[in-house]
Design a protein around this ligand. Structure first.
Ligand code: DX5
Ligand code: ZN
Length: 230
């Protein structure tokens, strides 16, 4: 299967809960991945932060490569880094199946997205809560996926900002059904159904999975809630 086809597979399985690996136990990655596989997740969301675009640091290519060795699940790589153009090829080589960059992170969004589109990988663009979706309108022809942030990018465990719900609807309206919609930040049992109702197909979840006792139960409950609204 080509990497881009992984995205189509995710779409067919929507709504899909994607664990954000920000809060997992990095001392036991293999075990964390197998617990998530046991919970039947359909992919992993990897948050890359550079301490520049956002005030937090996480990890880079090496950890993406490590996840690649540990699983055949699609890797959804969310780049929260300045000048992402410099690193796109590196994250592709590390094994990303989807590469998402922030509209706010580059002066040449079309150029950066075109670089991603030349690779066999899903192309994503993300917008922070304060960024109007107009900023991505002229790039929509280049992307497979729009990531609507429901918190300011940078940290896990923040409260869901409902501005994301309007933005999901707006993007669906102007971009049509072909674009995959993803939401990220503060998604939990209370906020997940409004997200799917607003059109989100990929639901990124950090704390609501990693701060729970059972990944199997957390993922199943979230998935059940996500389904109630569609
Ligand atoms: C925030 C990250 C998110 C976040 C999700 O910048 O992109 O993936 O960590 O975690 P929760 O679900 O805790 O908000
Ligand atoms: Zn993320």
């Amino acid at each position: 299967m080509s990497r881009r086809e992984h995205l189509l597979a995710l779409r067919r399985s929507a709504p899909v809960v994607l664990p954000s690996m920000l809060l997992c136990d990095f001392g036991n990655l293999a075990q964390e991945v197998s617990r998530l596989e046991e919970a039947e997740v359909r992919g992993l969301h990897l948050d890359v932060m550079d301490g520049q675009f956002v005030p937090n640091f996480t990890y880079g290519m090496t950890i993406v490569e490590t996840f690649r060795r540990l699983t055949s699940l699609p890797l959804d790589v969310h780049l929260m880094i300045d000048r992402p153009e410099q690193y796109i090829q590196h994250f592709f080589d590390a094994g990303a199946d989807v590469i998402t960059i922030h509209a706010e992170s580059t002066d040449d969004l079309r150029g950066a997205l075109t670089m991603i589109a030349k690779l066999d990988v899903g192309v994503g663009v993300a917008v922070n809560p304060d960024t109007p979706i107009e900023s991505i309108r002229n790039c929509i022809d280049l992307v497979d996926l729009v990531l609507i942030m429901s918190v300011q990018a940078g940290f896990g465990g923040q409260a869901f900002n409902p501005v994301a719900l309007d933005k999901l609807r707006q993007v669906r309206q102007f971009a049509g059904d072909d674009v995959l919609l993803e939401v990220d930040g503060g998604v939990n049992l209370d906020t997940i159904a409004p997200c799917t109702e607003a059109g989100a197909e990929l639901l990124v979840v950090g704390s609501a999975i990693f701060r729970s006792e059972s990944y199997v139960r957390a993922v199943a409950d979230l998935h059940g809630q996500a389904l109630t609204a569609i």
